[in-house]
Design a protein around this ligand. Structure first.
Ligand code: FAD
Length: 311
């Protein structure tokens, strides 16, 4: 059994494991894909201290850093079930998709999240070539250009407000017949001069010139009429889905959005089980936030282990 087992090998999981290994605890990482969302990321310009890097490069550097410690990294290991310890200080069990099970006194859950896809032609083809999901990350790449934001909930309207200050023009497209964001955000968006809001709009296609996005097609759900909008970027803001399906019947508290509920020290409702990064209720899903959160969870695991004798 491990003293600490980290589930997930993204920025949060890697940071957590480095911290617990440095405290001298036997540490393992089980990850479906070590590096996580970094593999889907091209340019990264907002990791303080590193003016520019790329996702796969950073993933490689995290693997190298983790490799400097005596950490048992199990890649391509998908957790399918959590069985919490029967008593305080006891061993938690994580079952893997390959039938194996791992035990640990403390668990750090860092299984991340995935952006919900629109599922229209062109979306996958032009990902990172005009199709974007993170306004904080990619907004500045569209300085002065025309973009659309798909989704009129709080995240979509916040993204549109944010982007309207940077880009030339924003078209916000909402599928429903009204925006669902808070009234104060809607009022702010409506006050901006370079924004068009389309409701009852179904995006049916993202088009490109083979290299980059050059437009999209939106259908009016009332009239059925289709309109083509020429633009250079599409930000899809229809939800971030936490990877917590495997925790469903574990007794671990999840938010209404399915995120692991953690306190300011990364603790969950179950003793000895910590959460970190995009999979949790921690706001702002970013690499530097996930790394900080993972470090915090690692230190909280240390705190738990020195206060709770093995039983
Ligand atoms: P993740 O990176 O999602 O890692 C989760 C880990 O858990 C992975 O190893 C995964 O394989 C594993 N896992 C999932 N389910 C299981 C399971 N059941 N069993 C075992 N393992 C499992 N942020 C920035 O700060 N700057 C950027 O420029 C930036 N650009 C981005 C661009 C794109 C296209 C995307 C998608 C995201 C971007 N982000 C950016 C966000 C950033 O990537 C995330 O905030 C960060 O990766 C979160 O780290 P994490 O460790 O919490 O989760």
């Amino acid at each position: 059994a491990f003293e600490v087992l980290v589930i997930g090998g993204g920025p949060a999981g890697a940071a957590a494991a480095i911290y617990t290994a440095r405290k001298g605890f036997t540490t393992g990482i089980a990850a479906e894909r070590f590096g996580g969302q970094l593999h889907d990321t091209l340019g990264i310009e907002n990791l303080p201290g590193t003016a520019y890097t790329e996702g796969p490069k950073l993933a490689g550097e995290l693997a190298g850093h983790v490799g400097q410690y005596d950490i048992d990294v199990m890649n391509l290991a998908k957790a399918v079930r959590l069985v919490p310890a029967a008593q305080d200080g006891g061993l938690h069990t994580v079952e893997l998709g390959n039938g194996a099970s791992l035990k640990a006194r403390s668990l750090i859950l860092a299984t991340g999240a995935r952006w919900r896809n629109l599922g229209v032609p062109g979306e996958a083809e032009y990902r990172n070539k005009g199709v974007a999901y993170c306004p904080h990350c990619d907004g500045p790449l569209f300085k002065g250009k025309r973009i659309a934001v798909i989704g009129g909930g709080n995240s979509g309207v916040e993204a549109a407000i944010d982007l309207a200050k940077i880009v030339g023009h924003v078209t916000l497209i909402e599928y429903d017949d009204h925006l669902r964001a808070d009234a104060v955000l809607q009022a702010k968006l409506q006050s901006m001069g370079n924004v068009e809001i389309i409701t009852s709009g179904q995006t049916t296609q993202i088009s490109g010139d083979g290299d980059r996005v050059d437009g999209l097609v939106v259908k009016d759900r009332a009239s059925g009429e289709e309109r083509r909008i020429a633009l250079e970027g599409v930000f899809i803001q229809i939800g971030l889905v936490p990877n917590t399906e495997w925790l469903a019947d574990s007794g671990l508290e999840l938010s209404p959005h399915g995120e692991i509920v953690t306190d300011s020290e990364g603790r969950t409702n179950l003793p000895g089980i910590l959460g970190a990064g995009d999979v949790t209720t921690v706001p702002y899903k970013q690499i530097v936030v996930a790394m900080g959160d993972g470090s915090k969870a690692g230190l909280s695991a240390f705190d738990y282990l020195i206060r709770n004798e093995a039983t």
